[in-house]
Write a protein that binds this ligand. Structure first.
Ligand SMILES: [Zn+2]
Length: 427
């Protein structure tokens, strides 16, 4: 591979790593991406063209506005911020002269509320590109994904005369929490896709390995549950209070005790718990954030039904009100056979790939599943793959990092996909 592509991959990744933004606040990231795409001649869509507002879940307007101001202070032009309509992410489109298939790629761009480690062994500390944002970090490798997507875009622009059909590249916001994909799908902007590909770096693969047909994408649902009680003085009127915290505690313990399903894997977690106002007052509000997963949609549905019974039952038994906000459901992902064959051919041409793993258990949820299912439901083909990266610790941890050579492998996989599907005269 040409040296300049490698340099671009690393440079962009290291830049993005310094300025991480959590889901729905990726204004600076989007601006960075859009500038580059436009300079290479892409038609770039942003705002409501890409994101269906009605399908948005888990978007904190306060955080969004804060991020917008920060982006403006950091040099992002006001005219651009206005054009985003407050919505992050974008889609790059390039139409080639000769007719051919519509090929869609998805790269996710958001970071996580994780505080990056201070360890001197951590590459971003050693090389001076650690996160400049307190408590926010690219701890899942989406900085790498974005950099790969951009570099592939540049390659496409440089080879546009040799390509046919149309390529659309989604730079998707809010992958974490499975929030962004549904909004892109609902916008209709990839309804014409013939082929859809997305990937993740790291996961269960080592550097030199590529997984071309991962399975076991967990289905998942998220709920924000608030118990609404009544405050009263602990000493004078305890009988007049309705204890929301007690209901939330009870619900938490019961959720963790839901009987597991005999047909497959399940997960349940209460990740946050907020309740109470003062030591001597009966707590009138308690909110928990609940995350449920199931190996199949049927198993996920079973877990959700049990959870809903617990929410309602605990509210009833403590005589408190209940408010459940559904923060969305993610589905499983099954690669199309033909797409797996294409991925295998692409991988075989890359010398750095020593092992092509056909089947491997993904063991997590992936927002791209919603886009893949959307494309498949309209008659297109879809697949998801994993590029090994020798990450030392698991995803979402403060020490998360990857072998940057893996960026090249990811880049070459996508370039080969373009050659397989859109090339007219390339060897
Ligand atoms: Zn991720």
């Amino acid at each position: 591979m040409s040296e300049s592509f490698h340099e671009q991959l690393v440079e962009q990744r290291r830049y993005l790593h310094q300025f991480p933004e959590v889901g729905w606040t990726e204004f600076e990231t989007t601006w960075y991406i859009v500038q580059k795409l436009q300079s290479w001649g892409f038609n770039v869509h942003i705002g409501r063209e890409v994101i269906d507002e009605k399908s948005i879940r888990g978007r904190n307007l306060e955080l969004v506005n804060e991020a917008r101001s920060r982006a403006a202070a950091h040099g992002v032009p006001e005219a651009f911020l206005q054009k985003t309509e407050g919505l992050t992410g974008c889609l790059a489109e390039m139409d080639f002269e000769k007719k051919g298939p519509v090929l869609v790629f998805r790269f996710d761009i958001d970071a996580l509320p994780v505080q990056e480690t201070d360890s001197v062994d951590h590459l971003p500390n050693r090389e001076g590109f650690r996160s400049k944002r307190e408590g926010i970090m690219h701890a899942c490798g989406h900085d790498c994904h974005t950099s790969i997507g951009l570099t592939v875009a540049r390659w496409i622009a440089e080879h546009k005369d040799e390509l046919s059909g149309k390529i659309k590249i989604i730079f998707q916001p809010a992958e974490e929490g499975s929030r962004g994909a549904r909004t892109v799908a609902a916008s209709g902007i990839i309804d014409d896709a013939d082929f859809f590909f997305a990937s993740h770096i790291g996961m269960q693969a080592k550097y030199g390995e590529v997984i071309i047909d991962p399975y076991g994408f967990l289905c998942g649902s998220k709920y924000d549950v608030t118990f609404i009680g009544r405050s009263a003085h602990l000493g004078a009127d305890p009988h007049k209070g309705r204890n929301a915290m007690a209901a939330a505690c009870s619900a938490t313990l019961q959720l963790l005790g839901i009987a597991r399903h005999g047909d497959g894997m399940t997960r349940v977690n209460v990740g946050t718990f907020h309740a109470g106002r003062a030591r001597n007052a009966i707590p009138d509000r308690a909110t928990i954030e609940v995350d449920i997963r199931g190996e199949t949609m049927a198993i996920n549905d079973y877990m959700c039904e049990e959870a809903q019974n617990i929410f309602a039952g605990c509210a009833k038994s403590y005589s408190v009100g209940l408010e459940v906000i559904d923060q969305g459901t993610v589905c499983d992902l099954v690669n199309d056979r033909e797409s797996v064959d294409v991925l295998r051919r692409c991988a075989q041409k890359i010398p750095a790939i020593k092992t092509i793993i056909e089947k491997s258990d993904f063991g997590g949820s992936e927002d791209a599943a919603i886009l893949a299912r959307h494309v498949q439901s309209k008659g297109g083909l879809a697949a998801f793959f994993v590029v090994g990266a020798d990450h030392l610790v698991g995803h979402h941890q403060p020490e998360f990092d990857v072998n940057e050579e893996a960026l090249d492998v990811g880049f070459e996989m996508y370039v080969n996909l373009v050659k397989e599907i859109c090339a007219t005269s390339l060897a």
